[in-house]
Design a binder for this molecule. Structure first.
Ligand code: C5P
Length: 285
């Protein structure tokens, strides 16, 4: 029976801008995204038949058809006309509801794995188009690396990756609902917007400091005062410990800092671990 074990990498938003509201209720985005080494692991076993079962190490995650990994498999089978009996074992390490695209990345990993297991030979663009029907961040997760994401998140332009660096990721102990935060965001009251062209130029030049100085996420303006205080404190700690820049990722609440090397990153992580449980040191993928 064919079995495949695949990684599902988390993503960070180096920039996140909400450009406007769309007639379909979604928002047009402009985001610079980067895959990082923090990963879930999926083991997918396929057999003839048509059932999908999911086992996960997180008791509070749905193990049924609501799990994005199962939704992705369903969409894949709809698109290809194939059907397989799947057992998916999902080892989660990426914090859930954290702004790091964990669920989207699991979905993208399922699409890539099924492409191989079913011998469907779909292109990355075709897999991304299936992923778009699972969630707005899934197309980026299918592509991976670094990319500019526009539209709902499905219009992707590959970019040179973040130069080698150490990244400290810290998730505060609360979750933020993505639709609620989009609902709270008032585009007219934003304090600033990211310098996206500046970040693109810095990536092109391999200038880590230039990217780090321009990290910016407009959702930081939509946080409640308590959430903003915690996010601000983590950013301050990262900067005080030597980060070149720090920012919230996605709809949060995860905060990350970019460091030129591992030593100050590990020191920053030690300080943050005195207060927070979910602290990781990783790098760009
Ligand atoms: O596409 P996804 O299921 O990840 O989106 C979750 C929610 O986030 C949507 O229901 C919508 O409220 C909001 N969203 C949005 N504009 C986007 C992406 C997501 O308004 N581009």
């Amino acid at each position: 029976m064919p079995v495949l074990t695949v990684p599902a990498y988390a993503k960070l938003n180096l920039t996140l801008d909400v450009v406007g509201k769309r007639p379909d209720g979604y928002h047009d985005m402009c985001m610079v995204m980067q895959s990082i080494g923090l990963e879930d692991e999926l083991t997918i076993e396929a057999a003839p038949g048509s059932g999908i079962t999911i086992h996960t190490n997180m008791s509070y995650l749905p193990g049924d058809g609501r799990n994005l990994a199962a939704v992705a498999a369903k969409r894949f089978f709809e698109a290809t006309g194939e059907s397989l009996n799947l057992s998916i074992d999902l080892r989660k390490r990426i914090p859930v509801c954290a702004g790091m695209g964990g669920g989207s990345s699991d979905a993208a990993a399922v699409l890539r794995a099924l492409n191989q297991l079913a011998g469907a030979d779909l292109s990355t663009d075709e897999l991304a188009a299936i992923g778009e029907r699972v969630g707005s961040d899934v197309p980026f997760c299918v592509l991976g690396g670094a990319a500019l994401a526009e539209g709902k998140g499905e219009r992707l332009t590959p970019l040179p990756p973040l130069p080698p660096c150490s990244i400290v990721v810290c998730k505060p102990p609360f979750s933020i609902s993505t639709p609620e935060l989009f609902g709270t965001l008032c585009l007219k009251k934003l304090r600033g917007r990211p310098d996206t062209p500046g970040v693109l130029a810095a990536l092109e030049a391999g200038d880590l400091t230039g990217v780090a100085r321009r990290l910016y996420n407009v959702f930081e303006d939509a946080l409640s005062p308590r959430q903003a205080r915690v996010v601000g404190e983590i950013k301050d700690t990262l900067i005080a410990e030597g980060a070149l820049g720090a920012c919230m990722s996605g709809t949060g609440p995860t905060v990350f800092g970019l460091f030129p090397s591992a030593v100050p990153a590990e020191a920053a992580a030690r300080v943050l671990r005195e207060e927070y449980r979910d602290v990781f040191v990783t790098g760009p993928v």
